[in-house]
Design a protein around this ligand. Sequence first.
Ligand code: BGP
Length: 477
Amino acid sequence: MTKKPFLWGGALAAHQFEGGWNEGGKGPSVVDVMTAGAHGVARQITQDIEAGKFYPNHTAIDFYHHYKDDIKLFAELGLKCLRTSIAWTRIFPKGDELEPNEEGLRFYDNVFDELIAHGIEPVITLSHFEMPLHIARQYGGFRNRKTVEFFERFATACFERYKNKVKYWMTFNEINNQMDTSNPIFFWTNSGVQVKPGENPQEVLYQVAHYELLASAKAVIAGKKINPDFQIGCMVSHVPIYPYSCNPEDMMASEIAMHQRFFFPDVHVRGYYPAYALKEFEREGYKLDITDEDLVYLKKGTVDYIGFSYYMSTVVKADAKNDNRDNIVNGALPNAVENPYIKSSDWGWPIDPEGLRYTLNRLYDRYQLPLFIVENGFGAIDELENGNQVHDKPRIEYLGAHIKAMQTAMDYDGVDVIGYTAWGIIDVVSFTTGEMKKRYGVIYVDRDNAGNGSMKRYKKDSFEWYKQVISTNGASL
Ligand code: BGP
């Protein structure tokens, strides 16, 4: 049983479900130039929006035109909150304008009003992989200190406009997944950055990270001035890294690898750089533009809570050599190995509910701030049967086991969790693969990988199940 009121909800991101990518004055974003991938085929970052090429998020599931009906379904499901993002390019189409786009602001007024009228609280991510393409091209994204200013202006415009509609905010989605510099899509979508030949990606990463952390801190400070009741959090992807064995060398390998997970939240929460990072900057001789004034902002702009995604765990072994660096799960870890004790999804994502309890304990011990599970879900191939049914038992099992682990962390271990939003509550375009085939929703959308389909919505078996979970406050799993 979870404490009340608990924020049971669903999670989405503008570019993965809104569609209307060039409507209402919206400009192109970094993700609007990412092509579809497929099983085993990575998404490509192109430099132009070429006619005739397929960019899956251009239409997505067309929430832009279906929002009223979709919100009705969310209300029937009993959601207490909906986590979604504001597409930066609806508000500042190029990113460097001085004034926001009124039509874009009005769209979110309409969406938030509709949610609130149905008793659903909007929980908002300011930037979920949606930086204006113009900022990436013209300024090099977060390589450039000017981008801190652009983000602060965007955040301030949102805080001002929605100050009476939104209480829970997050600055950047999964800000830490760009620690995996081996995968170009994370750097691009988080920060609008592409590493140039001859550059040390790690040095680029830390400069970009600094400007982004500074932008987040400045946004927190600006938000608190506008409405002191705002709760502004960070958002990190948390994939615990277990040691392969009790060999002290494996244990140490895991501990050191975990710095990758903690670097961003350490700064977001504590307001200063952790010792292990300062040592690395010094050891490697990185030349970073970090001023004393910046450090004051970091200290002042710390977050109120930690939002995080949890999908899986991973494992390292001190003397292993990971030959599969393209693998999205273990890419960043040179010594990753498979976990022999757990199974994986069709996309190779290890399924580990116990890892969620472990994560909640670890984050709470380290930071002692409220935790918000803002993404957790099961990506699978779902089939529409008999015209209107989807039997998605594995999803029910996955969500149920993770919710149970969360409840144990709360009831037995005393961890403070304020909410749980299931990822992709309605089927959306997959971020890492650009497919529709990888579905997470409790609501099915009739649309295929190529963008064909009626766009009709159908309730899956998990819809009734999740409805029960919410209405019993987690007692019925
Ligand atoms: C997270 C992202 C989401 C989402 C989710 C599932 O990394 O924040 O945007 O897509 O992962 O990933 P995928 O869609 O690739 O299965």
